[in-house]
Ligand binder design. Structure first.
Ligand code: TRP
Length: 467
C-alpha cells in the first residue's frame, strides 16, 4: 500500500518487528481506510434486506445493542492486537500469545479470520458485480417510469443469466486484485474522502424522495418501532452476525489495518468514529428504502434483491433520476471495492509474510481461488438455486457459515484473548484509556458481557436454551 509510509524507527518495547513494516501516514488515513472497509454492501444492501426479513424494529434494536456492547469493544481489541504485534493476523495472535505465555493454538483465531474474510469475499464480489452492472442499466435510462413489476423482472433477468453475473464479478475480482497487487490504494483512499460524503449526500437525497412518497412514517415505524413478537431466536443471531459483518470484524481485516496504525493514535476514539459512520449509513439506507417498499406495495422480506428492486423505482420517478441513479451505483460499487480490498488484505499479507510470495503472486493466487468460489455463488441464483444443503443454497450457506457461525465465534475468542490472556497492563497501555473507569468498563465488557452474550445467543438459536 503506498498510502503507508515506511516506519522510520521501531519502538524498543515492541515485539520482534520487521524494520520495513508499513504504517499509515496519518490517523485520518487509518480512519478513512477503516471506514472504507466498514461501509459497504453490508450497510446498503445487506442491512435493509435482513431487517426486512427479520421483521423490522425489534431486529434493528438488537442490532444496535450488538454494535454498542459487542462490536465496538471487539473492534478496539482487534486494533490493539494488530498494533501491538505489528504482524498479519495469524502471526499477531501467535506473537501476543507467546508474550502472554499462552498456548500457540491462539493463532488459530487469526487463521479462522483469514479464512472467514476469504469466504465472505467470494460472494461479496458477486453482489458488487450486481452494483457495477446497475451503473450501466441506470445510465441507459432503463429505470425511467419503471413499474414495480418491471423492476422485479429486470433484476430477475440479471440473476437468471450466469454468464452476465460471472462477467461482472470477474471484473470486480480483477479490479480488487489490481488495487491490492499494485499497492495503488493510496489513490483509492484519497478518492474515498470525496466519495464517502458523496454517497452520504445521495442517500440523503433518496431519503428526501422517500419522504415525498407519503409513506415515510410507515417506513420509520417499520424500522424503529420494536415489535418483539416478530423477533425469532435466529433473528438475534443474524443481528449479532451482522454487527461483526458491518464493522469488518472477526476476519483479520481490522486487525491487519490496526497493525499499520501509529502508536500515538487513540484506538478508542478511532473505533467509535468508525462505528458511528457505519451505523448512520445503514440507518439512512433503511430510511430511504422502506418508505419506497410500502409506497409501491413491495415485500419488505424480498431478500437479497431488495435494494435492486426498490431503488430503481425511485430513480425512475425522481427528477434527474438517471444522473442520481448512475451516481448512486457508481458510489455503491466503490464502497464495495474499498471493503473488498480489506477482505483480501489479510490473506495477501499472510501469503507475502509467511510464504514469501511476491505481492503480485499472492494476489493472483488468491484471486484465482476467490473467483472459483465465486462461481458457486453465481450459480446459486440460477442453475443451482434448488440445490440445497441444510435447506440453504451455496450463497446462503457461505453467508450463514461466515456471518452466523465463524464471525461470532471469532469475536468470542478475540474477546477472551484480549481480556483474559493478554496482560491487563499491556491492554491498558495500548488502548490508552489510563487506569480509570473507562478501561475497567472495557475489560468487564470483554471479560463477561461479550462472551456470555455471544454464547447465550448461540445456544438460544440452537434451541439449547430458550429466552
Ligand atoms: N463491512 C463491510 C460491509 O459492510 C464488509 C467487509 C469488509 C467485511 N471487510 C470485512 C465483512 C471483513 C466481514 C469481515 O460491507
Amino acid at each position: 500500500m503506498s498510502d503507508l509510509t515506511v516506519a522510520g524507527s521501531v519502538p524498543a518495547d515492541r515485539l520482534t518487528t520487521s524494520p520495513k513494516r508499513l504504517q499509515w501516514s496519518s490517523r485520518m488515513a487509518f480512519i478513512l481506510a477503516a471506514a472504507g472497509s466498514a461501509v459497504g454492501l453490508g450497510n446498503i444492501w445487506k442491512f435493509p434486506y435482513i431487517t426486512g426479513e427479520n421483521g423490522g424494529g425489534a431486529f434493528v434494536l438488537v442490532y444496535l445493542a450488538c454494535i454498542l456492547l459487542i462490536g465496538i469493544p471487539v473492534m478496539m481489541a482487534e486494533i490493539m492486537i494488530g498494533r501491538r504485534a505489528q504482524k498479519n493476523p495469524t502471526d499477531a495472535m501467535a506473537a501476543l500469545a507467546l508474550e502472554a505465555k499462552a498456548s500457540k493454538l491462539w493463532q488459530g483465531v487469526g487463521w479462522m479470520g483469514v479464512i472467514t474474510g476469504f469466504l465472505i469475499l467470494s460472494f461479496y464480489t458477486v453482489i458488487a458485480g450486481w452494483a457495477v452492472s446497475y451503473i450501466f442499466t441506470s445510465g441507459s435510462g432503463a429505470f425511467t417510469d419503471i413499474t414495480p413489476d418491471q423492476a422485479g423482472a429486470m433484476f430477475g433477468a440479471m440473476l437468471a443469466d450466469p454468464v452476465r453475473l460471472l462477467s461482472w464479478s470477474t471484473l470486480v475480482v480483477i479490479l480488487t486484485m489490481y488495487i491490492v497487487g499494485r499497492g495503488v490504494s493510496a489513490g483509492l483512499e484519497k478518492a474515498v474522502s470525496y466519495l464517502m460524503p458523496g454517497l452520504l449526500i445521495l442517500i440523503l437525497i433518496m431519503v428526501g424522495y422517500a419522504m415525498s412518497t407519503g409513506h415515510f412514517m410507515e417506513g420509520l415505524e417499520f424500522l424503529f418501532a420494536p415489535d418483539f413478537s416478530k423477533l425469532s431466536t435466529e433473528s438475534v443471531l443474524v443481528a449479532l452476525g451482522h454487527a461483526f459483518f458491518t464493522l469488518s470484524l472477526a476476519s483479520g481485516a481490522i486487525m491487519t489495518y490496526g497493525s499499520y496504525l501509529p502508536k500515538n493514535t487513540s484506538i478508542v476514539k478511532t473505533s467509535i468514529a468508525v462505528a458511528i459512520v457505519d451505523t448512520v449509513v445503514a440507518l439512512l439506507a433503511g430510511m430511504a428504502i422502506f418508505p419506497i417498499v410500502f409506497a409501491y406495495g413491495l415485500e419488505p422480506g424480498a431478500g437479497p434483491g431488495l435494494i435492486f428492486v426498490t431503488l430503481p423505482i425511485a430513480f425512475g420517478q425522481m427528477p434527474f433520476g438517471i444522473v442520481f441513479g448512475t451516481l448512486f451505483f457508481v458510489m455503491l460499487s466503490i464502497a464495495a471495492l474499498t471493503s473488498a480490498i480489506s477482505l483480501i488484505e489479510p490473506a495477501v499479507a499472510w501469503l507475502t509474510e509467511k510464504c514469501q510470495f511476491s505481492r503480485l503472486k499472492a494476489c493472483v493466487t488468491s484471486g484465482l481461488v476467490l473467483w472459483i468460489l465465486g462461481v458457486g455463488t453465481v450459480l446459486s441464483f440460477n442453475i443451482w438455486e434448488q440445490h440445497k444443503i441444510f435447506g440453504k443454497n451455496f450463497f446462503e450457506l457461505i453467508d450463514f457459515l461466515t456471518a452466523n457461525l465463524m464471525m461470532p465465534l471469532g469475536g468470542l475468542l478475540v474477546a477472551i484473548f484480549s481480556a483474559w490472556i493478554i496482560n491487563s497492563k499491556v491492554a491498558e497501555q495500548e488502548l490508552g484509556l489510563g487506569k480509570g473507569i473507562c478501561f475497567k468498563l472495557w475489560q468487564l465488557t470483554m471479560r463477561y458481557l461479550t462472551p456470555i452474550g455471544i454464547v447465550v445467543v448461540f445456544l438460544n438459536a440452537l434451541g439449547v436454551i430458550s429466552l
